[in-house]
Every structure is written in C-alpha cells, then in structure tokens.
Design a protein around this ligand. Structure first.
Ligand code: LLP
Length: 416
C-alpha cells in the first residue's frame, strides 16, 4: 500500500479522462497523501535529534507543494534568487532556506546575502567574492571529497569529472580566504549526484566530508547532500533506496562524529527527487496511432518540452493506459511512444510492451513529480501544462494554470 498509492485513489474523486478534459492535456496531477508520506519517511530516517531535511526544490518548486512540504517540517535548499522567491512565497523564512550556489554573479550573491539566507559557495574565487560582499559574515563551502554517483554521467556532481565543489586538497586556501575576510565558516556541504540506490558511495563520501569538517573547529552544520533514489522500474525488483538502513548507518556516523568533535552540531541532507517524484502522474492524450515501416508509433501530446528526462538522460518512466476511465492492464503489443515535437528524438518510451492503445486514450506517465514540470519549456511554441493537486479529501485543486497563447507572446518586444 505504501508504495502503491496510485492504485488506492491517486486521482481522488475524479477519473483521469475527466481531469484532462477539465484542465487540458497534458496535465501534471499530484497526490498530496503521497507527498506527505515521503516527507514523513525522511523526517524519521534517523534518531540523531539535530538532523534537518532540506527539500531540494530544484526537483519541483511549485509553491503549493512547498506549502505542504513546509507543513511536514522540511526546510529547503535552493539554487537561485528565483528559488529563494518561490520558497518565500510558500511561507519559508530566510533561516529555513539554504542557498547552494554555483558560478553566480555578484548581483545574485548579494541578493541572497541581503535576504539573510545562508549561502554555500563552491570555488575559491566565489569564496573571495562572498568575502568582498559580506566581510565578517557567515558562509558555508561545498566540498568535493572525490566520490560521485548517479543515474547518468550528466548528474554525477562529485569526483574528478565535474565542475562542482572545492577540491579537498585546497582546504588551506579556503582557510586563508576565510581569515582574510574574517568570515565565519558555519557549514560544509557536498552532493555526490542524483539517484543512487545503494548507500555505499554516499556513506564513503560522508566519511570523507566529516574528515574535512574536523579541520574546522566551530562548525554549526555538515550537509551530506541529496540524491536518494526511487524505483522508476516497477516490475524488475529494483527497489527504492532503503532509507531506514541508510539512516541507521548515518546515525552511527553522526553520533561517533559529535563525540570526537566535542559539540552537537546539526547534520543535514538535501533530497529532491525522493520527496516529489512519486507524487505525480503526468497525464496525456493519444492523438495518433500509426505504423511506420513495420514499427508501431503511439503519437501523444507529451513532447519532450513537457517531460525532458527520457530524451536528456534516456530515463525510464512507467506508462499506464486508461480507457473509458479504467486502467487497462495486460501486455499486448510493442510500441514506441512519442510526442508532438518536430524532432525524431522526441521519444517518451522506445519499443515498450504496453496494453493495446487507441486514439483518444489517456496515458499516465508515472513518477513525473521531480524534474518534470520545472524542466518543461515552450519549445515549438507549445504551452506548458497545468498542475493540479489531489487533496487528502479527494478533491482536486488547480496549483498552476496551463500557459495561454497570451502568456506565450507577452514578453516579446516587436521592432518599431
Ligand atoms: N543538492 C544539490 C546541490 C543538487 O545539485 C541536487 C540535484 C540535489 C541536492 C537533489 O538531488 P536529488 O535528491 O533530487 O537527486 N534533472 C536530473 C537531476 C538533476 C539533479 C541536479 N541536482 C534528473 O531528472 O534526473
């Protein structure tokens, strides 16, 4: 039941086809109960009392969802002034926002400083820039202790082949800059990459980060990063990351560390995907079914402007088919599911075994709640979809309007 809320009234009081009719197709549908469940699992993953979960809002920053995440007691990690604003819109205070920046301008950094948000920098020159802008201030640094992991080379964010973090060989330079600008180092953080299912690499990296942390005597926090994986494949026994098991290992490490360090500091983790991915199904409509040179194509309105992950990382998302509001089961044919974008790479699922699909059927793309709508675009002049939330009482609420044609043209300026 815990992993399968979709079967238990994911769409609340409405049916998938009613939702696409009412809010347009495609549409991102979120389930509040699933979202709350994931938040609660994370909140109780360790026993150590000073452990903060920062939801990494880059996975999905819809402010209505952030309101729920806030109610569940998670803080947030953000990447830009835009994400700071969206967090504030959802009711987050400055001291609940952690700004982890990468290659930012003075203007952007100043925005965070003036907003009173704790900032983490990830290069020596950005630390210098911070010192010039806020001498005597508090700052955190993102380190790269050398262990990376992730579902694709493009999302591995530590180790030797990435732009992120300060090489741990450079800690003496970090100390010199801190001293030069009288900065207080309040925290160190890292992020090894996105979507790991085994804890080993994460723990190795946590150990290395804590070794670095010992070099600084007065830290307030150490942030281990995010990347917690979920099971996009439902049938081949690949399970989500075992959170309780990871928590147990982290507890041992954290209690050991505070004993050696002589002070009870705060530890943080910053999962994004784990919080929101499974809370959403992206609904779309089949406009065409055709056979091209012996291959069956299901032509939908879910182009890669709506969900980029399959095209960008060859990511797998399960697809459900609804016919007259009922989920159709039974694998009956192999088909390639494509979108409506003018590129042949616009493929949602290649040679997938699916139930028989007909034109006008509604399909659901599972686990679309993380890196889905936030990565959507207006490519081909298409309108970004609406987002709706199924509340715990089964009622549905619009939480982001679908773009209109007016939205599409409003920021352009014609020549005189
Ligand atoms: N912290 C930092 C500093 C990050 O850069 C990220 C993700 C996270 C936390 C959260 O990672 P998560 O728990 O969600 O794995 N668009 C890609 C994922 C990019 C992740 C970027 N950074 C995808 O769709 O798979």
């Amino acid at each position: 039941m815990e992993y399968n809320l979709r079967e238990e009234g994911f769409y609340g009081n409405m049916e998938p086809e009613q939702i696409t009719e009412m809010y347009g197709s495609p549409v991102y549908v979120y389930n509040e109960e699933t979202l709350r469940l994931r938040c609660r699992e994370l909140k109780k993953m360790v026993k150590y009392p000073h452990f903060v979960i920062d939801y990494s809002i880059k996975a999905n920053f819809n402010p209505a969802l952030l309101q729920i995440v806030k109610e569940e007691g998670l803080e947030v990690d953000v990447m830009s002034p835009g994400e700071i604003s969206l967090s504030k819109m959802a009711g987050y205070e400055a001291d609940e926002i952690f700004y982890i920046c990468n290659n930012v301008s003075e203007q952007e950094m100043r925005y965070a400083i003036e907003a009173g948000v704790t900032t983490s920098v990830d290069s020596l020159s950005q630390l210098e820039q911070y010192g010039r802008l806020n001498p005597g201030g508090k700052v955190a640094v993102r380190l790269n202790p050398g262990h990376g992991a992730g579902h694709h080379q493009k999302v591995i964010t530590a180790g030797k082949k990435t732009k992120f973090g300060i090489d741990v060989e450079m800690l003496h330079e970090v100390k010199a800059i801190l001293a030069r600008y009288s900065l207080k180092l309040v925290g160190v953080n890292q992020h090894i990459g996105s979507l790991f299912l085994e804890k080993e690499q994460y723990l190795k990296s946590v150990d290395s980060l804590l070794e670095c942390a010992k070099e600084f005597s007065d830290l307030e926090f150490v942030d281990f990063g995010g990347g917690f994986g979920i099971a996009y494949h439902k049938e081949n026994q690949i399970q989500r990351l075992d959170l309780a098991d990871l928590g147990k290992s982290l507890d041992e490490i954290m209690y050991r560390f505070v004993k050696e360090y002589g002070k009870e500091i705060t530890f943080r983790a910053e999962p994004g995907r784990y919080v929101t991915a499974e809370s959403s199904v992206l609904l779309g409509t089949v406009n065409t079914v055709k056979t091209n040179h012996g291959k069956k194509y299901i032509g939908t309105d879910i182009g890669f402007n709506v969900l980029m992950r399959p095209v960008l990382y060859d990511s797998y998302h399960e697809i459900e088919v609804y016919e007259k509001n009922r989920k159709v089961s039974g694998k009956r044919e192999t088909a390639t599911v494509v979108g409506n974008i003018c590129e042949s790479g616009d493929i949602l699922a290649k040679d997938r075994e699916l139930p028989h699909i007909e034109e006008k059927d509604v399909i659901g793309v599972l686990d679309a709640g993380a890196y889905g709508h936030v990565m959507s675009s207006n490519y081909n002049g298409r309108l970004r979809p609406a987002e709706v939330l199924v509340r715990t009482d089964g009622k549905i609420r619009l939480i982001r309007k679908r773009d209109t044609l007016e939205d599409l043209v409003k920021n352009y300026v014609l020549l005189p």
